[in-house]
Design a protein around this ligand. Structure first.
Ligand code: GDP
Length: 204
């Protein structure tokens, strides 16, 4: 089956399961540290400039945002960013509770896209999330973003360094850039496949 992105629409924001839209189509969630480039990546994938607001103040979006693609074909879910150093402890606990209840209860969840910054070592928070997803058997797509920040050669050597760290979680981790859309096709193909929506020959 071919998957073509025709429409993208914001559905709702929620802080707890009671506020989620009814489960229906397969769902793919996006998670990452505050300021990692999650909003930019979702906007890039959906070819929408302002579907998700690019953050001015890191750590502020503390809601789960649901987006509908093609009127009921696939839901994209923007999870709140984590790991912002200045966030008070109580906010960290509320993030954990909010995200864990989503990950634990959402029956239609097919995969989580975990976004990392190519210039930084994965943090303890990143690894904790990856371990958590692995332990729960939730499929992971790792997108290593801001890949445009490096020249080709530097990027290749950086990715080689990240390989042993990331392979245990996702051997197919994808270098991406919201700036020049690098990795766009591969990321979509993996999302479709994990959602059971399309084969490798799909077009957008
Ligand atoms: P979020 O907090 O994870 O949603 O991060 P944002 O999408 O708001 O991005 C944080 C900052 O990184 C913004 O200044 C973006 O313009 C910048 N950014 C995001 N993605 C990329 C990318 O792929 N390449 C470059 N060069 N900058 C990016």
């Amino acid at each position: 089956m071919e998957f073509k992105l025709k429409t993208t629409q914001f559905i709702t924001s929620a802080v707890e399961p009671g506020g989620y839209p009814d489960p229906g189509p397969p769902e793919v969630a996006f998670a990452g540290r505050s300021n990692v480039g999650k909003s930019s990546l979702i906007n890039c994938l959906t070819r929408r400039k302002k579907l998700v607001k690019v953050s001015q103040t890191p750590g502020r979006t503390q809601q789960i945002n649901f987006f509908d693609l093609n009127q009921g074909e696939l839901y994209l879910v923007d999870l709140p960013g984590y790991g912002f150093a200045k966030v008070p402890k109580v906010m960290k606990a509320s993030w954990k509770q909010m995200v864990e209840s989503y990950l634990e209860t959402r029956s239609t969840l097919r995969a989580v896209v975990v976004i990392l910054d190519i210039r930084r070592e994965p943090t303890g928070d990143d690894i904790m999330l990856l371990d958590y997803l692995k332990a729960r058997g939730i499929p992971v797509i790792i997108c290593v973003t801001k890949a445009d920040k490096f020249s080709n050669n530097k990027r290749i050597s950086r990715l080689a360094k990240l390989k042993p760290v990331l392979t245990p979680y996702d051997p197919g981790f994808v270098p991406v850039s919201a700036l020049n859309a690098m990795g766009w096709e591969t990321t979509w193909r993996r999302i479709w496949e994990m959602s059971g929506l399309a084969g490798a020959d799909a077009e957008m």
